[in-house]
Design a protein. Sequence first.
Length: 124
Amino acid sequence: MFVLTHHAPDDEEDTAITFLSGDIRFAVAMALRAAEGKALLVLGTSVARQCIEARLIDEILVHVVPVLRGGGVRFFDRQGAAPVDLETVAVSRAGQITNLRHRVLKQSPVSWSVVAGAAIFGIE
């Protein structure tokens, strides 16, 4: 497991966790090597946004639950940013959870500079 952070803890005892900081491309490259050809999942809107800005995201899987929160981090909130075009790949439901799977269209005119809780993002 890789954790992208500005401040790695000094007392982490779990050797399965690797803390990384710096460029998102470097972090993704390290994680992809460790994944050995398997899908890489990115959790968190801030990291996912950085991956989208760097054009590293292939698919987005959003889990929608029937609860409206009053706060939190908006998905892909970036003032003045160009839209990112998505193509719906699948919509499914498991109980009260709706799963939305979208492919990020590579021709999207992303002009941003260079993945909190409810979303999982796939990276090629």
